[in-house]
Design a binder for this molecule. Sequence first.
Ligand SMILES: Nc1ncnc2c1ncn2[C@@H]1O[C@H](COP(=O)(O)OP(=O)(O)OP(=O)(O)O)[C@@H](O)[C@H]1O
Length: 489
Amino acid sequence: MAAPHRLEYTGVTVDFGATRALEDITFAIAPGEIVGLLGHNGAGKSTLFNVTTGVIGATSGAFSIDGARIEKRLTPREAAQHGVTVIHQEPALAPNMSVLENLFLARPAPRAAERRAQARAALEAVGADLPLEIPVEALGLGERQLVDIARGMLSGEMKVLLLDEPTAALGRAETDALHELIRGFAARGIAVVYVSHRLPDIMEVCSRIVVLRGGRVVVDGPATDFTPAKLADALVPDLRSLDFTHVEPGPEVVSVDVPGGTVRARAGEVVGLFGMAGGEQFEIAARLAGASGAAQPYTLGGTAVRFPSPAHAIRRGVFFVPPDRDTEGLIASETARDNVMLPSYSTGGARGWWVSARSGADVYERARAALDIRGPSADAEVSQFSGGNRQKHLLARWLYPAQPALLILAQPTQGVDVGAKLDIVEATRDAAARGAAVLVASSESDEIASMCDRAYTVLGDRLVPVPRSSTFNEDLLTSLLAIAEPTRA
Ligand SMILES: Nc1ncnc2c1ncn2[C@@H]1O[C@H](COP(=O)(O)OP(=O)(O)OP(=O)(O)O)[C@@H](O)[C@H]1O
C-alpha cells in the first residue's frame, strides 16, 4: 500500500461571518514535496496556514497528517506536536532573550545540560552555528528565522514545514541559504508549503504549484509546467502591462545632504533610493519624514526644514509609508475607513484639503476603487483584511485624502501580489503626475525599476546616481556591487 500523504486537506472551508475565506480546499502533499502556494492578496493563503497551525478552526472539512485525521481545532502547541512548523517573514521570538531561552520559550525545558545539547543539535540541523547566550535582537533576520525553524525542530519530528513569505526581507545570500535548507528538509521527507509573492523564488525551489483564487484551488500542477509568464497569468488573468509615462518634472521639491552627496527630487518625479536589505536608504526616508530619532535638516520647496516628528512633517505635506505596515502604520482595531481617513480628520479641515469638502466615505471609496482593495466593508476592522489589502490601506491613507508635496514610500509593493503591484505603481505615478515628488526606498532593484524615473544607490558613505535606462534593474544591482566591493575587501 502506498505511504499515506504527509499532509492532506479534505473539503476545508472557512467562513469569517459573511466572508468565505476558503472553500472546499482538497489536495494532498507527499513526503518530500515542495509546494508553492500562490494567490493574490486575500486569496486565502494565510487562512489555510492558520487552520493547519491551530490558530483558527475550519468551519467544515478536515486535514490529516500521515493519515491521522484531525477534525477538531488543534491548539498551536498540539499542532507543533503533530510535527507542523510555520515560519513567518518576521519570526515570533522574544528579542531581548537569548537564543537558548527563545528555543525553549513556552515549552517544557529539560535540565540545563540536556537543554544545551538539544539546542545545539537543533541549531546544527538548520546549519546555524550561533552562540546560545547571545540575545536574539543581536542577530540578523536570516539568523532569527533559523532560530525559529530550530524551535520547530525541538517539538519532535518535523513533518510539515509552512513558509509564509520567508524571503520578503532577506538578501540574496540569505535567500539562497534558506532555499538550500528547504531542499534538505524535503530530501528528508518533510512536506513543505511555500507562500511567496516572489515568483522567481517559487520557481527556484518548488516541485509543484497550487494557486488559490477567491478561497478555491484553481490550478494544481508540476512546477515544470509553468513559465513565470504563465504563473503570473494564473494568478491575475487580466494582467496589464507595467509601462508608465514620464511627466516633465516641475520645480525642485526636496534637496537633502546625506553622506556621499545630495539627494534631490522634483515635482512629478518618482526617485528611488536603493540599497541593501535594512540599509541606509530606510533611515534617510524615515528622517525626512520626522519618523526617526535624529531630525534631519533639508530643503523642502525652497525653505529649510527640520521635522522633529511625523506630525510636523505631515503639516507640510510630507507623507511617509513605513516598511513595517502592521506595527508602524495601521491601527488594527479601527475600521478600514478610519484607518485611511484618520490623519485628515485631525488636520485636513484647517488646510482646506478637498477632503473637507467631501465626506470621508467618498474619499475612502475612491481610494478603494483606485487601489482595487478587496475584502470586507469599509466599516470592518482593518485587521479583517488580508496582509496585502491591509498594506493598500496604508498607501491609500497617504495617496488619496490629501495631495502630498513629498511622498516617501518604503518598499511599497513588498508582500503584495502581481496585480496589486500594478495598482500601487499606477497610484504612485498618479500622485507624481498631480505634482508630488516621490521617493521610494527599497532593497529590491525590480521594485525601484518598476516605478522610478531615476534612482540613487546608497551604501555606507557612498551615494551614486543611477539614471533610468533599458537596463535600469541591472544597473542598480551593478552600482550596489561596485560600491560594496571596496568595503568588503
Ligand atoms: N479575522 C478575519 N475576519 C474577517 N475576515 C478575515 C479575517 N482574516 C482574513 N479574512 C478574510 O479572509 C480572506 C482571505 O484572507 P487571507 O489573509 O487568508 O489571504 P492571503 O491569501 O493570505 O492574502 P495576502 O497575500 O494579502 O496575505 C480575505 O477576504 C480576508 O479579508
